[in-house]
Design a protein around this ligand. Structure first.
Ligand SMILES: [Zn+2]
Ligand SMILES: [Zn+2]
Length: 417
C-alpha cells in the first residue's frame, strides 16, 4: 500500500510505502523522519463521484502486517507472514475487512477537520494483539487467570485506516467503490462518533540532521534508527527530536574489509544471571558463586539476540536462535559504527516480543526448571544494539564464530516482508 504525504516544507506530494518513516522530498530535497507516539493513522480518499459529500462517515479498520510465530510448536515451520485488516468499530453493517480497497487508491495521512465524522475505535479482543493494544481489565471484575498465548506477533505495520461510507435513501454505501452495502439491521445502536478531542493525530516531522555535527544522517526509507556518516553517532527519532543512542560492534581483525555487519538487538536481564538462581539450588549443584548451572549455559545465560532487521520469518527465527545459543557474542564489544552495515529496520520493542519465541524453541531442546526461566513478561530487559560481523562471500554472509550463514538474496528480499 502507498501513502501520499504532502511535504511539510514545500507542499509537494511525496509517495511512501506504508512502513516507510523517512520522507525525502524530491522537489525541495528536505529529509524528515515521521514519528508518532500512537499507531499511524491513514484514510482512504473517497471515489471521485462521492468526494465532497457532506454526509461521509469514516470507519476505522485495523491493519497489521508482520510475522506470526507459534509458541506451542515454535520450531515446526509454522512461522508465517500475516497481512490483514479488520473492522475496528462495533457496527455490523460495514465489511469486516478492507479487502483490496487500500490497494486501489493511495492512502493519505488521517488529518480530519471538525466537519468530518469518524466512528470511534472499538477493537475486538482477538484483534488487540495485532494493533499492540493491551486488553483493558475492568476494575469491577475479579482478576482472571491470564490466558496462555499461543502465538506472538512481531509487527512491521500496525496502523488504523479510515474508509469512507455514506447513507443514500436509507441505504449505506461504500464510499470507495460507490456501491450499496445493504440496510442497517433493525435495532442497531446509534453510531458512536470519535470525540472532537481525539480527532487530531499528532504526527511529528523531525529533521534528519545530526544534532552533533549538522551532517545529513544516513538511513533507508524504512530505517528506525539513523546514523551520522560524519561523526559516527547514532540517533533514535522520538517525540519531536532525535535522541542519542549507543551501539556496539564486534571488532574484526585490522585491515580486513571483507566483512559486512548485521545489526542485532541484545536483550539481557538487568541483574546478574546467578542472582535469579536461589542459593540452595546452586549449592545442590555444587556451583561456585556467580557460576551458571549447565542448563542455563545452554540457554545463552539468560540473554537473547534478535535480528534488528526484517527478513523472512523462518530465517529470522533461525538467526535469533543461533545467535542466542552462540557463546561469547557479548564479549569484546567496541562502541564503533562499522563502515559496511545493514540498516536497522526492526525497532527494539518489536524485536523484544521475539524473546518468548526463542525461549519456547530452547525449552523444547533442554530441560528447564520453572524457577530458572527468566520472567519474560516483566519487560525489564536491558537492550543494546550490536553489529555482528559476517564474512562477505559471493552469495552468502557467514558469521565466523557461530558458522551461521545467510543468503544475500534473502537479506535483500527482507524489505518486502
Ligand atoms: Zn518538499
Ligand atoms: Zn554527526
Amino acid at each position: 500500500m502507498e501513502v501520499e504525504h504532502a511535504c511539510p516544507q514545500c507542499g509537494a506530494p511525496v509517495v511512501l510505502a506504508e512502513s516507510d518513516r523517512l520522507l525525502s522530498c524530491p522537489f525541495c530535497r528536505v529529509r524528515l523522519y515521521l514519528w508518532s507516539a500512537e499507531v499511524f493513522r491513514y484514510r482512504i480518499p473517497p471515489a471521485p463521484a462521492v468526494n465532497g459529500r457532506s454526509d461521509l462517515v469514516y470507519v476505522p479498520y485495523g491493519r497489521f502486517r508482520g510475522m506470526v510465530f507459534d509458541l506451542e510448536e515454535p520450531d515446526q515451520g509454522k512461522e508465517r507472514v500475516l497481512d490483514t485488516s479488520f473492522l475496528a468499530a462495533p457496527a455490523a453493517l460495514y465489511p469486516i475487512t478492507l479487502g483490496l480497497r487500500p490497494q486501489t487508491l493511495k492512502l493519505r495521512p488521517a488529518f480530519f477537520s471538525s466537519a468530518d465524522r469518524c466512528l470511534a475505535t472499538r477493537i475486538a479482543p482477538e484483534h488487540r494483539p495485532l494493533l499492540g493494544v493491551q486488553t483493558p481489565s475492568r476494575p469491577d471484575t475479579p482478576p482472571s487467570r491470564p490466558q496462555r498465548r499461543t502465538t506472538v506477533t512481531v509487527g512491521e505495520v500496525r496502523s488504523l485506516i479510515y474508509a469512507p461510507f455514506f447513507e443514500k435513501r436509507g441505504r449505506w454505501h461504500d464510499g470507495v467503490l460507490n456501491t450499496p452495502l445493504g440496510e442497517a439491521p433493525a435495532g442497531s445502536p446509534p453510531p458512536e462518533y470519535l470525540p472532537e478531542a481525539e480527532k487530531p493525530w499528532d504526527l511529528h516531522f523531525i529533521p534528519t540532521l545530526c544534532p552533533d555535527c549538522g551532517w545529513d544522517l544516513a538511513g533507508v526509507s524504512e530505517s528506525c534508527l539513523l546514523f551520522c556518516p560524519q561523526c559516527r553517532s547514532g540517533w533514535e527519532p522520538g517525540e519531536s527530536e532525535l535522541q542519542r543512542f549507543s551501539f556496539f560492534s564486534q571488532p574484526v581483525p585490522p585491515g580486513r574489509d571483507d566483512y559486512f555487519f548485521l545489526p542485532f538487538w541484545h536483550f539481557e536481564l538487568p541483574y546478574a544471571p546467578a542472582d535469579y538462581f536461589r542459593l540452595p539450588f546452586s549449592r545442590l549443584l555444587g556451583l561456585q558463586a556467580g557460576q551458571s548451572p549447565p542448563w542455563q549455559r545452554e540457554h545463552g545465560r539468560g540473554d537473547y539476540w534478535v535480528p534488528a532487521f526484517k527478513i523472512s520469518p523462518r530465517v529470522f527465527l533461525r538467526l535469533a536462535r543461533t545467535a542466542t545459543q552462540a557463546p561469547g557474542a557479548e564479549t569484546d564489544l567496541a562502541p564503533l559504527l562499522p563502515e559496511r552495515h545493514h540498516p536497522v529496520t526492526l525497532p527494539a520493542a518489536e524485536a523484544q516480543r521475539c524473546i518468548e519465541v526463542i525461549q519456547a524453541c530452547l525449552d523444547r531442546e533442554a530441560i528447564v526448571l520453572e524457577s530458572s526461566r527468566p520472567r519474560i513478561e516483566d519487560g525489564d530487559w536491558e537492550k543494546r544494539l550490536v553489529f555482528i560481523p559476517f564474512l562477505d562471500t559471493a552469495y552468502e554472509l557467514i558469521q565466523p564464530r557461530s558458522r551461521l550463514g545467510i543468503s544475500k538474496n534473502c537479506l535483500n528480499l527482507g524489505k518486502y516482508i
